[in-house]
Design a protein around this ligand. Sequence first.
Ligand code: BGC
Length: 725
Amino acid sequence: MKIKLSFSLIYILIFFFGFSSCKNQTAIDKKVEKLLYQLTLEEKINMLHASGTFTSGGVPRLGIPELRMSDGPCGIRMEINRNDWKLCNWKNDEVTYFPSQTALASTWDTSLAKKFGTALGQESKIRGKHIQLAPGINIIRTPLNGRNWEYLSEDPYLVSKMVVPIIQGIQYNGIAACVKHFALNNQETQRGFIDVDVNEQALREIYLPGFEAAVKEAEVLTIMGAYNRFHSQYATYNEYLIQDILKGEWGFKGAVISDWGACHSTLEAALCGLDIEMGNARTPFNQFYMANPLLNEVKKGKVDIKYINDKIRRILYVMLRLNVINEPKFDTSGMYKRLAIPERIALTRQIAEESIVLLKNQNNFLPLDASTIKSIAIIGDNATKKHAGGGGSTVVKPRFEITPLEALQNKFKGKVQINYARGYEVPQNSWNIDSSMNSINEKLIMEAVEVAKKSEYVLIFGGLNHNWGNDSEGADKHSMKLPYGQDKLISEIIKVNPKTAVIIICGSPVEIGGWFEKTPALLQSSYLGMEAGNAYSEVIFGDVNPSGKLSFTFPKKLKDSPAHAIGEYPGEKGKVIYKEGLFVGYRYFDSKNIEPMFPFGYGLSYTSFKYDKLAVPSELKLNDAEIPVSFEIKNTGKIDGKETAQLYIHNEKNNSGRPYKGLKGFEKASIKTGESKKVIIKIDKKAFQIYDTLKCKWVVEPGKYEILIGSSSKDIRLKGSIKLL
Ligand code: BGC
């Protein structure tokens, strides 16, 4: 009787929830059809292209709004004129400035990713947007890509795990996320036309999983097509990528938006899957490829109306999911007060703190003891640089941005003598990348050396910035070396004051110079948002124990990086071949036994962790659901800390032609000093899948696999094995 009852209860629940979501779906579909039926051809075409720099056309008579969009992943971009790129100069559009995406990824914390997405979505809503043009998830293939800092990682698993909560967070607010740039936009050099050639296996296993998770797990509502081509056809309307994979195989129901100016054809775009053409207002909007020219093609019978209707259905689907049909007029009153509220600012600080990576800490040089220090030299342009205003489309007007120097001045309030020296000069933003990056100002070096001599400790804040040719959109770096003579500066400083910690700010790997051996401590972070300075200060002085881990490999030199060693970069005659295939990032360094400077997943702590007691089920049947892999981590140091344990899988039998191992799970655990924590990472058969290009599907090979638990991709602490039946 009891069993019967609970069965019927479950049945009722399934029926109710299943039916209600189904019913909801049908309700949306019905509304879509009703609206579609009422639209004229001209009105439909009007919805398929930009009506302003950041809007696409609406149909006021039916309550169909213009879709209002905004960049980007670091916060809601300042308001831009409707028909050009000039700033509106509003007084009330200052927002929360979040750490960049490589920073978020180096927290390895999916709950922070969710909070970040939620906060970004809230501000997007407050700023009256419908679509937030974020997150960016292209794979970090080469250290030189100018936009690496806007992406998450070199590893598709880490990307997939972080992108889902970001999107869920954004969309929870009734804002559509727009995951970008689909796909293979892995360099800025010739991004507008470069033709990418990559084999199917690498496409499926490395470059697409993040997008697949965005569609299938997070139900992202919009996707931005990339500027580049893939197998000769533009990615934004690439039949294979968009029609076959995205909309076909993955069942994407939302709308594909072009990157700005990425559409170059009417017929191809209309027939191969582009839904909304966005772009620069250099041409009147009704002259866009998907405006009057498309109307003419439909009238001539060259484009069947079913293609237009499919696009409209997708756009209406997005609008109905956002519930914006007949929405009230957007009201900006009270906006200023609701943006950049303390909770969101605190979140930026938490992300920043958790993302800073401790790369070296000889003899526990850090944290410094604030109570005993008398004088400290702060050196480097990045000690005073505000990063929010640069980088390209991911530009933000923050409510404030605290630099490292300001944070330290606020902390010590004159009680410790702070001696600042710029150390290196960043020339005016210049198109001449080589001359600006290679410039050295000897006078500034000498001044900094003098400042370092007379100070007890030195903190050098160096690295990159968002100037052209650094971490910035539109161009790639020309070198992986630190610009503006920083290697020389750091070496000279350490000579006169060995108590020097170096803090490198960069959203991509950089070459760490010969000074590394001589500095006792090295920290790295990406751009950390409005509370950046405070986050560094907290880590340096031990209020926060660092727990960030690299989301990309630091090669020793550029030539060691797979895209440069065996692949192609930037390609020839407009074509780039990803000859390295699956061997991207640590997959290459591992398999070819090349020692990186710092491996993927690496990051130290002020405490230490011991891994123990690995328990791996001996067998997994192909149809088994998730199985737990468990182990213990003990905090063996003197302070509380956080550790991200990483689970990699290595196929013992058939590894020829494939990377040695791949990340398939991770868990960030907060562990008190002396405490042991049991960590459980669940894996299922997906973790063992590889893409079979002959069968054109994912397959799992039975056999023995090694389960590797590491503190980084190179520091494997525990090993077990499992048999796949
Ligand atoms: C970028 C996109 C951005 C768009 C709008 C393009 O240049 O590639 O990421 O969303 O501009 O600003």
